[in-house]
Structures are given as structure tokens and as C-alpha cells.
Design a protein around this ligand. Structure first.
Ligand code: ZN
Length: 276
């Protein structure tokens, strides 16, 4: 007979990619979860943690595939200053998340997939360590927070920063509510029927994904080039690839001018089908 031993400090929903120091980090009793954004790629952050720094986070959530776990949940990860491990032995599990880099970090929301993975991690950690699914009310209050919840610098960061960026901060209440509902009872049965349009909300506007075709409101960004860039970004975030380039576009051309020049539909910039 083979005995399968499970360690509750290893999330069964994650890919286990331990850092060399995973079990050398001090023991810690998790009472908080703190959300971050990487300002770069998931693999880049992983190799930075592994090869070039003494820093680490407990999780990394990439754009594609399951979340990675780098440190056991009951060992401290050096990402949250005083919340790494407090004198009473409690501390924070940290979740790093892949983004599109510094240029767009304030306006890149977590993808639907990333939100699902963050919620999955939070549900597992909250259930395993009896952490309440609520926003932390103070820097040592049990719950879920994000890196700059109490400002920057603060007890959670020694430097000025805006991690995880405006667009992702705006998603935190929705994430906590989903964690709360999942912990409260069985999941509600999936809705039947067709959901024809999925609207992805954004702090400065909306992008609509409809049956694989992205449509961006005309007034979404200040210039045509800006909108093309956003379409490409959102196609990528939706799990697809498109290359909307327009070499003939004069610099600074507005969306309305581009629509007239290219004789496109009146109110929306629309991609060709997004390859998935
Ligand atoms: Zn951070």
C-alpha cells in the first residue's frame, strides 16, 4: 500500500516550483494574503527570485496556466516588510502576478484567468489557516490586502510604489467577495444558456469581447495608435493574439480621423477575429 502524504502548506491547486531557500525561510503562521504585481513576466520574476535576490513571494500567477507556489505557506516570504513575519510569528502569504511591464502597469487589469487563480489560492489559504475573507483593516489585521493598501512606504513596504497598480487595485473587492462566497458554501450552479457578450471593465473605459472579436469604443484612448496598442494588449489578455498595426497612420491621428481615413464603422474600432 502506498501512503500519500499531503502537506497542507502546499496548495494542491498550484504547480510546486520551490525556490532554493523555500525551507530555509523562517517558519510563519499565515494570517494575511497580500496581492502584488510583478512589473514584468512570471518567468522573469521566478528567475530573479531564484538567482539574483534574497527576495521571494509565496506565489506567482502567470497569464497562462496554473499558479506557481515557490515557498511553503507556513514559511515567510520576503515581499511584505514587517508582514513577512511579525514578532508573534504571524505573517502574510504573498501573491505576485504577471503583467505587461512598467509602461502599462497602472492600466493592466488581472485577466479572468488570473482572477480565478488568485481566488483559488485565497480560498485554499483562507480555508487551511482560518483567515477571514475580508479586506485587512490594519497592517496586522487578519484578511486579504494589496501591497500599498496602507500607503507606501508603510508597514508593508519600505519604499514608495503603487503595487499592484490602479486597475488591479480596483479588482480587489470583487476578488474578496468571490473568496467569501466560495468559503461560505457550495458554488452556485453554472448559468445555463448563452452568454453572448463578455464585457471587460477597465478604469478608463470598456473593451468588449464578443465571440472572439474585440470591439473598442471610439473614444477609448486619445489617439488611434493608442487604441491599436490597447486592442493588441487586450487580445493578449483575453488569451488571443492579434496584430493590429497601421503603418499609414499619421502621428497623433485621432480615432475619429482614423475611422474616416480607413472607412471603418462609425463608432467602434473592431479587430479581425482574435486567434486563440
Ligand atoms: Zn508589491
Amino acid at each position: 500500500m502506498v501512503a500519500i502524504v499531503t502537506d497542507p502548506a502546499i496548495d494542491p491547486g498550484a504547480i510546486w516550483r520551490p525556490l532554493p531557500e523555500a525551507y530555509r525561510q523562517p517558519g510563519m503562521s499565515p494570517t494575511q494574503i497580500i496581492l502584488h504585481t510583478i512589473v514584468g513576466s512570471a518567468e522573469g520574476a521566478f528567475s530573479f527570485f531564484r538567482d539574483r535576490s534574497d527576495l521571494e513571494s509565496t506565489y506567482i500567477v502567470p497569464f497562462l496556466g496554473p499558479r506557481w507556489q515557490l515557498i511553503p505557506l507556513d514559511h515567510s516570504a520576503d515581499a511584505n516588510r514587517k508582514a513577512n513575519r511579525r514578532p508573534d510569528g504571524t505573517g502574510a502569504v504573498s501573491i505576485e502576478t504577471e503583467d505587461m511591464g512598467a509602461a502599462t502597469v497602472e492600466r493592466t487589469p488581472w485577466t479572468t484567468h488570473q482572477v480565478d487563480e488568485i481566488v483559488g489560492a485565497c480560498v485554499y489559504v483562507c480555508r487551511t489557516y482560518s483567515i477571514p475573507p475580508r479586506l485587512c483593516r490594519t497592517p496586522s489585521d487578519p484578511g486579504i490586502g494589496y501591497h500599498t493598501l496602507f500607503g507606501a512606504p508603510s508597514d508593508w513596504t519600505p519604499v514608495a510604489k503603487s503595487c499592484p497598480g490602479a486597475a488591479r487595485k480596483a479588482q480587489v473587492p470583487e476578488i474578496i467577495e468571490r473568496v467569501r462566497l466560495e468559503l461560505a458554501g457550495p458554488a452556485t450552479p453554472p448559468e445555463t444558456g448563452v452568454q453572448p457578450m463578455k464585457v471587460i471593465r477597465h478604469t478608463t473605459g470598456e473593451v468588449m469581447l464578443y465571440d472572439g472579436v474585440l470591439r473598442v469604443p471610439l473614444n477609448y484612448g486619445p489617439t488611434h495608435t493608442d487604441n491599436l496598442e490597447r486592442i493588441n494588449t487586450y487580445a493578449f489578455l483575453c488569451g488571443g493574439i492579434t496584430d493590429m498595426s497601421d503603418a499609414a497612420a499619421p502621428a497623433g491621428e485621432t480615432s475619429a480621423e482614423a475611422i474616416r481615413r480607413r472607412k471603418l464603422s462609425a463608432d467602434l474600432l473592431t479587430t479581425t477575429r482574435v486567434a486563440r
